[in-house]
Design a protein around this ligand. Sequence first.
Ligand SMILES: Cc1cc2nc3c(=O)[nH]c(=O)nc-3n(C[C@H](O)[C@H](O)[C@H](O)COP(=O)(O)OP(=O)(O)OC[C@H]3O[C@@H](n4cnc5c(N)ncnc54)[C@H](O)[C@@H]3O)c2cc1C
Length: 505
Amino acid sequence: MDEQIRIALKKIFRDEQLSEDVPALIIYSRDLNPIGTIFTQQGRLMTMPDVVVWPEDIEQIRDLVRLANEYKIPLIPYGSGSGVCGGANPVGRGIIVDMKKMARIRRLDAYSLTAEVESGFIGELFERELNSKGFTLGHFPSSIWCSTVGGWLAARSAGQLSARYGKIEDMVLGIEAVMPDGEVLKTKVTPRSATGPDFKQLLVGSEGTLGIITAATLRINPYPESRRFSGIMFHRVKDALEAIRELMQTGIRPAAVRLYDEIDTFMIGSGKGGKKLLSHDQEDEHVEDLKKVIMKKAERMVLTVPAVINSAVRLLPANNLLILTFEGKSDITGVEQSIAAKIMHSLGGKDMGEEPGKYWWEHRYDVSFNLSPIYSIRAFADTIEVATTWDRLLPLYERMREAIGRHAVVMAHFSHVYQEGGSIYFTFAASTYDESRKEGIYRETWKDAMDTAIAAGATISHHHGIGMLKAQWMDKEHGKAMEIYRRLKKIVDPNNIMNPGKMGL
Ligand SMILES: Cc1cc2nc3c(=O)[nH]c(=O)nc-3n(C[C@H](O)[C@H](O)[C@H](O)COP(=O)(O)OP(=O)(O)OC[C@H]3O[C@@H](n4cnc5c(N)ncnc54)[C@H](O)[C@@H]3O)c2cc1C
């Protein structure tokens, strides 16, 4: 790092608030986008930052932004690095601004049900502090143990109970950020407003390109007095989606709605304790054989022949598990659950009792972390989340499964639904014995998936954001609006110091 910058940084930060140690620089060279993991497997390094800093207050961030403008050095805001699109990766040089030291609830208004919280708070710790006071945020991304409030806002996160509580952008009432000129933007906290464009929403989803979010006022909720669970089995994804649409359009707001397609149902039912989840009454010998093959998913070979596995899926019993949970006042959740049961039954759903839902609730964070072992057998896995309206959802599912299935073993679940549509979450895994082909297969899978989503009229991201991974599709996603974003970026950040190289800017 330039000596002048080092001297200037030391005027802002104490020694323990910055690091140029090589292990730190390596760790902060990547988020959890699989390209970083593939590089690590292959012994390759990603682009490293010059230095990592841990600011403790807004004044230090303001000074840092002024320094960055003076020396034209990029700043990369960093929450927990759990992003999966390369959003927190340095491009060229830069200073990583790790926000985790700013992690306080500044104000909790139990009367209006709002909390002002600093952006570096780790999700699980924030939720626990709210719980201890009788509240919940209602935001439960699978990464809650390793993601921050600022990262959620910057990447438009969605939690597992989004059907009831909404996505993070629905919960934010006010935002505080240090803008690229070093000035502080603090929006008014209000339930709604009719005073022109909603400027807080400019920062939500901007992935660090327009400023550093330092705090936000979020809607909180009373901790639910009751929680109810339902499991329903459908033979066809189509019928299950129809049942969910009807449920959401009836006006009922379940907390979680998760529909697993055949292979995803099979995978969760085959896990530890999965027997409790599913009755395999329709299984025959072929299924047992297939299970042995797929359950040896630790075997790399299986993942080198995705076409075979994807067609073998046709042998699976036509089981698509839907999990519903309801929470809130006990008498209300009771009514919601029984109306939902009638809708499910009318569309051919078989009631599996509360066990599948309870089991899912107890293990709701496990599954994402099960992707890691795939890397230890030198394969790779990733997830793709797209969304569209109900009329296009099933065709989107079929086309994308086909597109991704050309390169990888693919499964899907539908886990965020609304009155007007929903999102699909594809998980894919693949491998090759030719290491030099790995990155290529990964990128080809994404290209086919994104082109298919665009052609089908879907949005290319429901909650993981854009980062570098999906940047090349931003023009097709936004059309004219992308030009406005580029102009805005030039005006508010003329020196391009805020997280350059991201979002297709
Ligand atoms: C196992 C696993 C499960 C996941 N499950 C979910 C899920 O259920 N739902 C979901 O939505 N996501 C999920 N994700 C993705 C990820 O957790 C989210 O994108 C999360 O919002 C990122 O938060 P973070 O604090 O780690 O941000 P980072 O990865 O550090 O950063 C993400 C982006 O936001 C920017 N940024 C971070 N903090 C700030 C700030 N204070 N101001 C301005 N910009 C900032 C960064 O520059 C970067 O562009 C999962 C990831 C993993 C690894």
